[in-house]
Design a protein. Sequence first.
Length: 198
Amino acid sequence: MKKHIIRTIGLSVALGLTIAVTESAVAQQGNGNTNKQATESSEEQEAREKNQNAKGNKDHQKNNKLEEKQERAQRDRAQAQGKQDKQPADDAGKGNAYGQDKGEMSGREFGQNRAAEARMTGEERKARLVTTVDEGDSKVKEARDRIAKAKDELEKNRKSGKMSDAELNERRAAIERAENAVRVLEERVNAGRARLQR
């Protein structure tokens, strides 16, 4: 910011001196068109000044962006350094990976043990998925049976005239909602079945 102010002041002083020298030189030559030349040269000078100021502003903006970028990089480095300093010394060299605490086992034994555990976990998940799919199938079947019974009962009530139109519409809407819920459950069961087949 200070550089920009100093540069602007310097340009202004240089401009003023140039105009003064130019006017005095024109007056000493004794031309009758001194006024016209002075205005032309001052206009030219103003145009040059605007161009220089524009260039100075662009340079200033570039410098500001560069300085901001450097400051951000310094802050990031300082934060990274601060995080490293906060880690306790006894954690040095230890990671989060499996195998840091193998105990008495060798690397191969530990790896074989981990693989066996992973297989058991996968088999347990698969068994749970099978039971979930079977339970879902039975629930879908029960729900479809109940919906069919509700539709038959609704049709009987409609024919016998035991229910008003408003009550019939309410029951139809409830049956429709139940059918939608059964469709969603059936889609989930089918997705689980597809996962089992992979």
